[in-house]
Design a protein around this ligand. Structure first.
Ligand SMILES: Cc1cc2nc3c(=O)[nH]c(=O)nc-3n(C[C@H](O)[C@H](O)[C@H](O)COP(=O)(O)O)c2cc1C
Length: 433
């Protein structure tokens, strides 16, 4: 099962553990000749690294991106791209006391129950460091996203709520409310001194996303965004548009009515039937309080013995500032995937490369279908042989040809051409029998 891979058309595979040699990502199906955006990717990685933001872990990592494959003379070659970041600030001895117990709020218990073995150092694979791979990969989709603006910002941290928005107010917490920022900092300070942590709610606003992105029924845009966001450690819930508050509204209040100029409201968050409406795409997600806290808590050892445990390692008082770049990365990957798919079915605004990509995909599908046909005709041959049934069935062939001619007329295809291909296929399948 490819549980560490993500995306249909822009596929990535993430690998590595918090205290292993490196964290990395393999990206496949990237077009050749794209200028590799090393500086942008490095910038995005810097924004999520520990030891930089206020109230965040003091682990010091350079998080310098290293290219192992797929890039030549600064450009993508069309081959799989492998990017890694080596783990440097590994103080594995900090985690020695965790060897045999399950830290409350972490994935230790479930990983052990599932795999019977787990890398307890810094959370292993369940560590926030895994998200380096997502942020690195998302740097490659920027050219697809063009004018689409993605904004993620907290609307709640602990008990503090953003009431007044000043989009020019810049700070490490991405907090837009100048009026209570000082108070919020004091609050986080006091939480940190107590060794405790807080969570919060992040709001996402995606602007300039045209209508038509997302696919029925298992590839809905909201379903894919939910999976992407909920795959980030410590995210526990998501709601689109008015979300859970829709339960309090009547249909007459919740429907987004339409006039000739467009929608009159946006209770649905810019998605209907899993497809973008062209309005702002709006959703919120909740981040739980950081699991590692310097407060004594109850847990058990691997042998089931009850013990008290207090985290001694380095941890974030509030994880939100480090989650935001990761959420942005996951949103980019989901939208890039939806755009890539849309390009294959939408004949608007396509360039030569897009046309070629679409036709190559169709040729590949034809080959897959031919191969499947060959396998089935072999099975039919075996079936007939076992029962002494002759290979030729002219009555059936006449019927099939009649049907084919009807379809050719309906779709206005070239009759001679289709018949020629059909006859070749039928003769070939008799050979396979
Ligand atoms: C970027 C990032 C950084 C994180 N840093 C920490 C951390 O310093 N301390 C901590 O306890 N959890 C941290 N986490 C959260 C854990 O990875 C996560 O809560 C834990 O594995 C349990 O997983 P779950 O919340 O998905 O159930 C971080 C998550 C992310 C995405």
């Amino acid at each position: 099962m490819k549980s560490n891979s993500f995306g249909r058309y822009f596929g990535i595979t993430s690998f590595g553990e918090s205290h292993g040699p490196a964290i990395g990502v393999v990206i496949e199906d990237v077009k050749s000749g794209i200028e590799f955006p090393l500086a942008e990717i490095q910038k995005a990685l810097d924004s999520r690294k520990p030891g930089r933001k206020q109230f965040s872990s003091t682990r010091k990592e350079e998080d310098k991106i290293v290219i192992l494959s797929g890039i030549f003379e600064g450009k993508t070659t069309g081959m799989p791209i492998c990017l890694v970041v080596y783990n440097k600030d590994i103080r594995s001895e900090d985690y020695e006391h965790l060897k045999n117990l399950f830290r409350p709020g972490h994935a230790d218990y479930t990983y052990f129950k599932k795999f019977k073995i787990y890398d307890y150092r810094g959370g292993g694979r369940a560590s926030g460091r895994e998200t380096i791979s997502r942020v690195a990969a998302s740097g490659l989709v920027e050219d697809l996203l063009r004018d689409i603006d993605i904004n993620c910002y907290p609307v709640q941290i602990g008990k503090f709520i953003v009431k007044e928005y000043d989009l020019n107010f810049q700070n490490d917490l991405y907090w837009y409310d100048k009026s209570n920022f000082g108070e919020l900092q004091n609050y986080l300070d006091s939480i940190q001194k107590r060794g405790d942590s807080v969570g919060g709610i992040v709001e996402v606003k995606i602007e300039n996303l045209p209508a038509g992105f997302g696919d029925p029924v298992f590839e809905k845009l909201d379903a894919n965004l939910s999976k992407a966001i909920l795959s980030i450690g410590s995210v526990k819930g998501i709601e689109f548009g008015d979300g859970f508050n829709l339960a309090n509204l009547k249909g007459s209040e919740a429907n987004d009515q339409i006039n000739k100029n467009g929608f009159l409201s946006n209770h649905s968050g810019g998605i209907l039937g899993g497809i973008s409406t062209g309005q702002n795409l709006l959703f919120r997600f909740v981040v739980k309080p950081t699991s590692s806290i310097n407060i004594l808590q109850r847990t058990i050892t691997k042998n089931g013995k009850e013990v008290s445990f207090k985290s001694q390692g380095r941890h974030d008082t509030c994880i939100i500032p480090r989650i935001i770049p990761v959420a942005e990365a996951m949103i980019k990957l989901v939208i890039a995937d939806a755009i890539s798919y849309q390009k294959l079915i939408n004949d608007n605004k396509l360039d030569m490369n897009d046309y070629r990509e679409a036709i190559d995909k169709i040729d590949e599908d034809l080959l897959i279908a031919l191969n499947r046909r060959k396998e089935i005709s072999e099975l039919i041959g075996k079936f007939k042989k076992e029962r002494n049934i002759g290979i030729n069935d002219f009555e059936r062939e006449i019927k099939l040809l009649k049907n084919l001619r009807k379809k050719v007329k309906t779709w206005k295809l070239d009759e001679d051409f289709v018949e020629k291909i059909w006859k070749i296929i039928i003769e070939e399948s008799k050979k396979n029998q």
